[in-house]
Design a protein around this ligand. Structure first.
Ligand code: ADP
Ligand code: MG
Length: 698
């Protein structure tokens, strides 16, 4: 493979310097290897020939056999086009070209028998084909069958470089490198265990498949290979780096932890919470630095896990901190954690952007002296002046708001980096997590505290608005509270704020005997806090708000969440919002208000919400709809998503198998120094051309 990588594609017969230049600029193809690894993005079946008279409904791309009857140039300027009539004896069809009108008119002739290949489109009761592929019909040519179609750019097509050109070049390449004899890259044991097609065979079939089953085998093999080397790379080079970093050793569980656990816990922990605490305990006791991602749906009880973990740090003579993305959240953490801490005499402080200078200075002082044991705050916490005496554990809540760079800053708060626990309520599918957060170990709280009733979710349309208000009224009379949330995005901020204000007025008129409060992100922080407090304390019955309330806010008495213009929200956001209710023991409701006309994807999104309460199911669906690269939290991961053939959203099983195999190999040969290991390592270098060091970010 390495040799193919060094061979410039311009030396391939049929390429030359000009085309090589185009391939490099347009498709990033520089070497024989790059071309070999440029796979078709779809396939067409050219094994049969249709009759024009039999065309019906929405047709896929098909083949027709016949002759051109006339060629006419029509239109002027940009509308100039070549229109030909084509007949096969059963009917006539229009064929249209908008580009290269002159060349085409000179190339094709009336009278010659051709095979056309293209997608017939129906317009005013008759079919036409735009830009078909055209070949002279050769009666004794073998049927071509399955053909790969390559993704090309506009520029390539304008230079007469079509998918057909690509097919020809690739066929030349496959012959010239004797593709079927290319050496295997995967260990024989893996090839056998998963019954994988040999590499050369797979590369041949991915470009020029013999038949559908061979194509499918080739795809499976190449997906496996891609994911295997990706996982091997992550485990060895990314995770392996942080593995080797020595970490603080929390040798024992001491008095604070035991005292709190035995005497002050208000509820028994769920099995999942206990398991996660055990995992954290093992990590922090191992002498290696912990980097752990804790995923748990909203309300699954991550806070208590964080608190108990911090107590382990304290028991070993270290300080701990917890960082939240907003002031409201930091304050809520402060309130609940300081109550717990009081029981066992632990000193806690809150540091945010609005902490006064005096208080701030006192905090700085007590942090340095070690008197202050737990610091809670916003990103104010990672500022330069904040210095700990000995920070042992940093907890980051709601991770997707923080980038990799911010996490790195936390590390530097201590001579040897503290253990890091990242908590997120935006669960991402396991297969994605272990790829995106390749450097993090993943813990999952997959069990809600007992007694929670799943939130009932309903999709309602504008004509059902009065019923919706009526329903809110019923809940208010039971003494419960309701959220009404409006979307607000920057691009349409003015309009959105107007809708919010109008909504607020209507709600006030509809519920004259109740108190309605009102929050949006453009308010002054003090006013925002005041309004939130009104709702949190129960003085206000209804909160009309934008998504500022999305994360973390805890008002157990609220039982209704109405989401206006629900079609404008993404799945993970809807799920987050829904998580604001259902926090008490009573039945709660989420009502998605939407307009009637919805696209297929949007309708599906909203229906997913009505069908499941499980954050992981929601996340899986979200990933299928949006693709893993668009998922929240994946962009800042530092791992490129330029996968050639596999799809993290749909190839989860392969990801898992590849991960297990890679782990097994590294367990036996951590530095890849055996003969087989060295071959794998060489392949990693070929594939990832890795020069960066990942050890210190994350
Ligand atoms: P999240 O994971 O969303 O941060 P919290 O930590 O805020 O969830 O917990 C949600 C609520 O559930 C809190 O009121 C908390 O006290 C309560 N809780 C947490 N764990 C348990 C448990 N094991 N049993 C009962 N209630 C619990
Ligand atoms: Mg939380």
């Amino acid at each position: 493979m390495n040799q193919l990588m060094r061979k410039d594609v311009k030396y391939l017969y049929g390429v030359g310097p000009k085309r090589a230049d185009l391939l490099a600029k347009e498709l990033d193809i520089h070497s024989f290897y790059d071309l070999l690894m440029y796979f078709p993005f779809r396939y067409v079946d050219r094994s049969s020939i249709y009759h024009i008279a039999d065309l019906q409904g929405d047709m896929p791309a098909i083949q027709l056999k016949g002759r051109f009857v006339t060629f006419n140039v029509q239109g002027e300027g940009a509308k100039r086009r070549l229109v030909a009539l084509f007949t096969d004896g059963t009917g006539t069809i229009e064929v249209v070209w908008f580009n290269r009108v002159k060349t085409i008119a000179e190339t094709y002739h009336t009278g010659t028998e051709y095979i056309l290949f293209g997608k017939p489109t129906l317009f005013k009761n008759s079919y036409s084909i735009i830009h078909p592929e055209v070949d002279v019909y050769k009666p004794d040519a073998p049927p071509t069958g399955l053909l790969g179609i390559y993704n090309l750019t506009e520029k390539l097509r304008n230079r007469n470089f079509t998918s057909r050109t690509m097919q020809k070049l690739v066929t030349t390449l496959l012959e010239s490198v004797a593709v079927r004899r290319l050496p295997e890259t995967l260990p024989p044991s893996i090839v056998q265990r998963h019954h994988l097609m040999p590499l050369g065979e797979a590369l041949f079939n991915i470009h020029t498949p013999t038949d559908v089953p061979s194509l499918q085998q080739a795809q499976r093999r190449l997906k496996y290979e891609e994911l295997f080397f990706l996982q091997l790379d992550i485990l060895k080079n990314i995770k392996g780096q942080s593995r080797k970093l020595p970490g603080l050793r929390f040798a024992h569980v001491g008095q604070l932890f035991n005292d709190f656990y035995l005497h002050h816990l208000e509820f028994p922990l769920t099995g999942a919470q206990k398991r996660v605490i055990r995992e954290i305990r093992n990590d922090t006791g191992s002498g290696h630095q912990m980097n752990r991602l804790l995923q748990g749906d909203v309300g699954s009880g991550k806070t208590i896990v964080a608190f108990l973990s911090m107590l382990i740090a304290l028991d070993n003579g270290y300080q701990a901190c917890i960082m939240a993305p907003t002031e409201i959240l930091a304050t809520q953490h402060y309130e609940s954690l300081s109550t717990m801490a009081q029981h066992i005499g632990v000193k806690v402080a809150l540091l945010t952007g609005s902490t006064r200078k005096k208080a701030r200075e006192a905090i700085h002082e007590q942090l340095r002296s070690g008197e202050l044991q737990i610091l809670i705050g916003t990103h104010a916490l990672i500022e330069e002046e904040v210095k700990f005496r000995n920070l042992g554990l940093a907890v980051i809540d709601e991770q997707h708001r923080f980038g990799v760079a911010q996490r790195a800053k936390l590390w530097k708060k201590n001579v040897s980096p503290p253990h890091v626990l990242v908590m997120t309520a935006t669960p991402i599918p396991r297969t994605l997590a272990m790829t995106v957060y390749g450097d993090l170990d993943v813990s999952v709280i997959d069990e809600l505290p007992p007694g929670r009733k799943p939130v009932t979710t309903r999709l309602r349309y504008e004509n059902q608005r009065q019923e919706m208000y009526h329903f809110i009224g019923t809940e208010l009379r039971k003494g419960r509270q309701a959220y009404i949330v409006y979307p607000l995005i920057e691009e349409s901020e003015k309009l959105d704020l107007k809708a919010l204000e109008e909504g607020y007025e209507i709600v006030r008129e509809t519920f004259p005997s109740y108190r309605v409060c009102y929050v949006h992100g453009r308010m002054k922080p003090a006013e925002k806090d005041h309004q939130m407090q009104l709702f949190a304390s129960g003085q206000a019955n209804i909160l009309v708000a934008t998504t500022v309330i999305e994360v973390g806010v805890n008002v157990p008495n609220a039982s209704v969440m109405v989401i206006e213009n629900a079609e404008r929200f993404g799945l993970s956001q809807l799920h987050q919002l829904r998580g604001r209710v259902g926090r008490g023991a009573d039945q709660s409701y989420c009502i998605l208000m939407s307009k009637h006309e919805l696209s297929k994807d949007t309708r599906h999104r909203l229906e997913v919400m009505t069908q499941t309460n499980d954050g992981f199911v929601v996340a899986e669906e979200d990933m299928k709809l949006r693709g893993p690269g668009d998922m929240e939290g994946t962009q800042q991961s530092g791992i490129a998503f330029n996968l050639r053939i596999s799809n993290l959203a749909t190839d989860g099983l392969i990801v898992q198998a590849a991960r297990d195999d890679a782990q097994q190999i590294l367990d036996a040969d951590p530095d890849l120094t055996t003969p087989q290991g060295r071959r794998l390592d060489a392949e990693l270098r070929t594939r990832f051309n890795r020069t960066q060091h990942w050890g210190l970010i994350s």
